[in-house]
Design a binder for this molecule. Structure first.
Ligand code: GTP
Length: 202
């Protein structure tokens, strides 16, 4: 068995804050110094075993460039958790958190969890303090706030393990939904059989 349950996670935030680097570091252990802006989307997988369940995070790394913002709204559907990233060295990326949060609230399911991540803590020219991050978390009710460095790896694996844990807590609900889905499928199948039988008897 490859996994027991699959969750869709979307990584959003301004261009250049390190979204691709974070996902690459967590899933492949590598860090790229050169900046190649993501074109649309990239997909990654991250598996975590919690108790007897293998959780697969299907991570959608998005492009933060403004021209793509209206395009990615369709891709929020069925997202279980959104990671909003900013860079601790970039005030504008921090100021625009609200825009990203609004996108999540408008386009995703109401129970989609939202994490706030301040990346690039390895750099000396930090302009957003940890306290500001915590304040923002409280103000907007983010599920979790963490500071990371995709370069050194600080808190990177922990971030995605935390995502899996937050979703694992909701597992009974998701299992229930999956069960209902399966029952619906079974019900439709029975319906088909019934129709065929009726056809035959006519
Ligand atoms: P878009 O695809 O345009 O949305 O950008 P992005 O948010 O995916 O940024 P990306 O991961 O491509 O990183 C942008 C630049 O920042 C690259 O040059 C990275 O090497 C650098 N970078 C990313 N994370 C870190 C970090 O934690 N520390 C340092 N020092 N540099 C980082």
């Amino acid at each position: 068995r490859l996994y027991d349950i699959n969750f869709k996670i979307i990584v959003i935030g301004n261009s250049g804050v390190g979204k691709s680097c974070l996902t690459l570091k967590a899933t492949q252990g590598i860090f790229k110094e050169d900046f190649v802006s993501t074109l649309g989307f990239q997909f990654f997988s991250f598996h975590v075993k919690i108790n007897d369940k293998i959780i697969k995070l299907h991570i959608w790394d998005t492009c933060g460039q403004e021209i793509y913002r209206s395009l990615i709204t369709n891709f929020y559907r069925s997202t279980s958790l959104a990671i909003i990233c900013y860079s601790v060295t970039d005030r504008q990326s921090f100021n625009e958190i609200e825009i990203w949060l609004k996108q999540v609230k408008t386009n995703s399911d109401p129970d989609c969890k939202v994490f706030l991540i301040g990346n690039k803590v390895d750099l000396p020219d930090r302009v957003i303090s940890c306290e500001e991050g915590i304040k923002c978390k409280k103000e907007h009710g983010f599920e979790c706030y963490m500071e990371t460095s995709a370069k050194t790896g600080v808190n990177v694996r922990e971030l995605f393990v935390n995502c899996a844990l937050a979703l694992y807590k909701e597992l009974p609900k998701y299992m229930k939904e999956r069960e209902i889905e399966n029952l619906n499928k079974q019900f439709n199948l029975n319906e088909d059989i019934k129709t065929e039988e009726n056809d035959c008897s006519c």
